[in-house]
Design a protein around this ligand. Structure first.
Ligand code: ZN
Length: 358
């Protein structure tokens, strides 16, 4: 017997509570965009860093993007503030720990956290010290909360190819110690992915998984370069994939997952508004789409809210909701055994939540 009728949201009295209980995985989350606001203030005070304001409400206004944000370039502005307090090992460890602590409260069972170590060297920390601090926060949170997680090291499009190569080398160095992939993030428009081929070849040749931000502030050709040039296993955003139908079929047929970030895409103007987002067209065509936040703080969201946004905007059925959940676990950069164990738990929890529906 089904617990609920086929369609959301009418049948569920407390949608937020229900979605918060749904077992979830998130694959696209930036550490420097997901700090607690109160931690930014306390870290700044501790490190004697001048913030534009120490008033929590006023700072929140400066840091959280909304639909008034005009572009990806503008979206990046608040990161200067959050990155300014992430220049010590203690701060990086705390931020990682707190992020995992926060997401497990909404039943996120697996989280991939990404960041770019070069942005955290302002006080002279070595790249290794930076990665090790994040890994320490990760392992402490995993022990404390039973959550599983992976770290993704980001190269940035605005970096030199040599800087990104050194970041790819760093990622490979920590491959079996908690780093699960290499990414290319940052300003997309006018900064071709292929400039960073060497870094991605290094990751590829050392069996490290790859994801690339593409088709967010640029067109489908950028996704083409990410897949065929940088050999991306997943695509961050992929919003403009519809511009190239042949590539779209390739992404579908090869099951290259898209890390979709709905709120962020509305904020950066990757789409005009939430109703114009192509996610459900992609879903219907058989593409492995996943829901993600991009940044908890700077996008002003949570994974629960992103699911609610999708449910309310696109009237998802239970089957679609379950499939979106499973897509994220399936696309995780984790070993097969670990993934199967996780999926077993997730399916059991889904059965409890939804009754016996398959
Ligand atoms: Zn991103």
């Amino acid at each position: 017997m089904n617990t609920f009728a086929d369609h959301f949201p009418l049948e569920i009295p407390n949608m937020h509570h229900f979605i918060a209980q749904l077992p979830k995985a998130e694959l696209h989350n930036h550490l420097d965009g997901s700090l607690r606001i109160e931690s930014i203030i306390s870290l700044a005070k501790k490190q004697k860093i001048a913030l534009p304001t120490f008033d929590q409400e006023a700072l929140n206004k400066l840091l959280v993007n909304d639909e008034n944000c005009k572009s990806l370039t503008e979206y990046f502005i608040p990161f200067e503030i959050s990155i300014s307090v992430l220049q010590t090992q203690e701060a990086l460890e705390q931020a990682t720990f707190e992020l995992l602590e926060d997401v497990q409260k909404e039943n996120v069972k697996y989280l991939e956290i990404r960041f770019s170590p070069l942005l955290h060297t302002k006080n002279g920390l070595s790249l290794e010290a930076i990665v090790e601090a994040v890994l320490k926060g990760k392992s402490q949170a995993e022990k404390a909360f039973g959550i599983q997680s992976g770290i993704i090291i980001c190269g940035l499009r605005q970096n030199t190819p040599m800087q990104n190569l050194s970041l790819a080398e760093l990622a490979v160095q920590y491959k079996d110690k908690g780093v699960v992939a290499f990414d290319l993030a940052g300003e997309e428009f006018g900064r071709p992915a292929l400039d960073h081929l060497q870094a991605f070849e290094f990751a590829y040749k050392h069996d490290l998984a790859r994801t690339v931000h593409a088709g967010e502030a640029d067109g489908a050709h950028s996704i083409y370069d990410a897949i065929h040039g940088l050999k991306a296993n997943r695509i961050g955003h992929g919003t403009h994939l519809f511009q190239d139908q042949e590539l779209l079929h390739y992404v579908r047929d090869h099951q290259i997952p898209l890390e979709v970030c709905l709120s962020s895409n509305v904020q950066t103007k990757a789409v005009e508004n939430i109703m114009k987002h192509p996610i459900m067209d992609y879903y219907r065509q058989g593409i492995a789409v996943t829901l993600n936040t991009d940044s908890y703080l700077i996008s002003g969201t949570t994974l629960t809210k992103e699911f609610e946004l999708a449910i309310n905007s696109y009237h998802l059925t239970i089957d679609v909701l379950k499939q979106l959940t499973l897509n994220a676990f399936n696309a995780a950069f984790i070993p097969k055994d670990q993934k199967q164990d996780l999926l077993k738990t997730v399916r059991q929890e889904l059965n409890v939540l939804f009754g016996n529906q398959k």
